[in-house]
Design a protein around this ligand. Structure first.
Ligand SMILES: [Zn+2]
Length: 244
């Protein structure tokens, strides 16, 4: 089978075609972490034919991860998460190039990991990691998509550096109220992941316009999706001095 044989159905989407598919094939996407949000997100990137994925996720699989971390299996309890995630993706798509890193994002690794990518997906539960990825993506002018959720709600923000509102325009410091442990049904984190994937595909291919300068908000109790208009902060510490 050739690469082209796998993607004919999505090439039929109006405006997509072979040109967009080739852009996905050439794209390197970084995803951190690959839990309830990043796992389904990475799987959809692999299905869409993104050529290369860099995964960053520290730690070993625990029983209470398995209501949402769908790249892992019950058989892998106690094993490294990033190794299992990479194996699942390789089994799914043998054309996919994967680099997996057994670390979460930190000041030490963020510049290097973002530097290898064209498109950065921030799927971390902690604001410290999300803001680090945002900072580096802005500095290195990489497309950036932040996904976040809590309980029955989620948010997605897509950013074209130097042109649109970034995460640090909205949040300057990790909020004191935020706790590492928060309620999750896996279907909600997976839903937020799919919206993030679509925004990332739009950023890379230009086949449709991403919702720049808007926060996409998903409420799965009311089953309502809305876009909240954002204003870019001209004094933003991450994107304020980027001239488009
Ligand atoms: Zn900003």
């Amino acid at each position: 089978m050739n690469y082209e044989d796998y993607y004919t159905w999505q090439e039929d989407v109006p405006g997509f075609g072979k040109a967009a598919q080739e852009k996905l094939r050439q794209c390197t996407a970084m995803v951190s972490r690959v839990g309830g949000l990043g796992g389904p997100l990475a799987l959809s990137l692999a299905a869409a034919g993104v050529g290369r994925i860099i995964l960053a996720h520290g730690g070993e699989l625990r029983p209470d991860d398995l209501n949402r971390q769908i790249l892992m299996t019950h058989a892998g309890l106690g094993e490294l998460r990033h190794v299992q995630a990479a194996e699942t993706l390789r089994r799914f798509n043998s054309d996919l190039e994967i680099e997996s890193v057994g670390e979460n994002i930190s000041e030490e690794n963020v510049a290097d990991l973002v530097g290898k990518a064209d498109l950065v997906f921030s799927c971390a539960p902690l604001f410290e990691e999300r803001l680090l990825m945002n900072r580096e993506a802005m500095r290195q002018r990489k497309f950036f998509v932040d996904g976040a959720m809590c309980s029955m709600e989620g948010h997605v923000l897509a950013v074209r550096p130097g042109e649109s509102t970034c995460l640090a325009c909205l949040v300057k410091e990790p909020p004191a109220y935020w706790k590492r442990r928060f309620p999750v049904i896996g279907a909600v984190s997976a839903m937020v992941a799919q919206i993030a994937v679509l925004e990332g595909i739009k950023l890379v291919t230009n086949f449709a316009k991403p919702a720049l300068d808007h926060l996409i908000h998903v409420d799965t109790v009311a089953m309502r999706l809305k876009k909240v208009k954002l204003l870019r902060d001209p004094d933003c510490p991450h994107c304020g001095d980027l001239v488009s």
